[in-house]
Design a binder for this molecule. Sequence first.
Ligand SMILES: [Zn+2]
Ligand SMILES: [Zn+2]
Length: 141
Amino acid sequence: MDFIVGKCLCEQITISITKEAYSATDRTYVCHCKNCRQCGGSLSAVAVIVPLSAIQITGEPKIYQDGKTDSGTVIQRAFCSNCGSQLYTASPTMPGVQIIKLGLFDDIPKPSMELYCKERPSWEKPIDGTKQFHAMPARQS
Ligand SMILES: [Zn+2]
Ligand SMILES: [Zn+2]
């Protein structure tokens, strides 16, 4: 199987995703929520939802339990304890997947959705051709 490999800044942790999962742009999004901004120290987060079976991780991520969410669900935010790079998030409401931060990779695929647009700064424009969601889209079953 072909893998695309991403690394944290210090390169102690690598995340490999199958090429097929990496290029599933319908699962790729930008999140403007405040939690994503704060933990990344950045304008927004760009991530892809990947089944666990399509992910390989080397190194030992540290997990922050983030309970400061809209729904009150505690989500796991994984990061490198050496360099602080954000790696992925996981939620008990989305079993079987991890949401991988695409900033770790070269050649980031274009997202298809933007979430939490209500928290996007007024001066930042929507990305052409993406679906805009005020907050979190309703989950499809
Ligand atoms: Zn690191
Ligand atoms: Zn977010």
